[in-house]
Design a protein around this ligand. Structure first.
Ligand SMILES: O=C(O)CCC(=O)C(=O)O
Length: 224
């Protein structure tokens, strides 16, 4: 299973894209001081499409693994998440140096609303995940993708897979950047526990609802 992910070259392609476009151009268009939510309109359509094409190979394999891990047919998890209509949403995070990193966070603790998130960071440490009452640093590994399980996979699996609670810290001297791609169901698509995973002994732990309604409740801190 391990070599499943090593043959695809999305990071190489992404680095080439950044090289081609130029790091300075990234910096010029980024709003210095904003730490959250800058979408990638300034990447060329061509580069975006090339990156998405490479990611798609990994995404297909990931969904297959997640399906098989639950005893489902290989195609079932992806189909339940929206199939070919799954949305690839690229966001760019820019965390400038912060004089008091002890008093600030880059991104507050949260789980992603997506099904899966595939993230490429630069080499500056910052991402942390919460497990067993502790925050753990996610070490930077060159050419590795970071994969988050998001809320929708937790729902589809009826809680068998847990969405990862994470946050980012900031650095006193260095700028950190990250490029997450959120894989989301189409907004009108209904997401709930996959029926095969639910029975008398395993009652549904989540409501079935349109993804857009899930997002509305989460963003407005309403009960789901
Ligand atoms: O910058 C990171 O490593 C994580 C960013 C993140 O959690 C987010 O954009 O939702």
């Amino acid at each position: 299973m391990a070599d499943l992910f090593t043959k695809s070259p999305p990071i190489t392609i992404f680095k080439k894209m950044v090289h081609k476009i130029g790091m300075q151009k990234f910096k010029d268009v980024l709003i210095t001081g904003r730490k959250y939510a800058l979408y990638s309109f300034f990447l060329s359509r061509e580069a975006n499409e090339e990156y998405a094409k490479s990611l798609r190979v990994i995404v297909d394999r990931m969904f297959k693994c997640l399906s098989l891990g639950l005893g489902l047919e290989a195609h079932e998890m992806m189909e339940a998440a929206g199939g070919e209509d799954i949305v690839y949403l690229l966001k760019i995070n820019y965390y400038p140096p912060c004089p008091r990193p002890d008093l600030a966070l880059g991104v507050v603790a949260h789980t992603d609303m997506s099904c899966i998130t595939l993230l490429v960071p630069n080499e500056v440490q910052g991402l942390q995940v919460f497990k067993d009452s502790h925050w753990y640093d996610v070490n930077y590994i060159p050419n590795a993708l970071i994969v988050h399980i998001g809320d929708q996979v937790e729902i589809l699996s009826n809680g068998k897979y847990k969405s990862v609670y994470h946050r980012t810290t900031v650095n006193k001297d260095k700028t950190r950047m990250s490029w997450p791609v959120f894989l989301e169901p189409p907004s009108e698509h209904e997401v709930g526990p996959i029926p095969k995973l639910v029975n008398e002994a395993n009652q549904p732990k989540f409501k079935t609802k349109k993804y857009k309604d899930y997002v509305y409740c989460k963003l407005n801190k309403l009960p789901q």
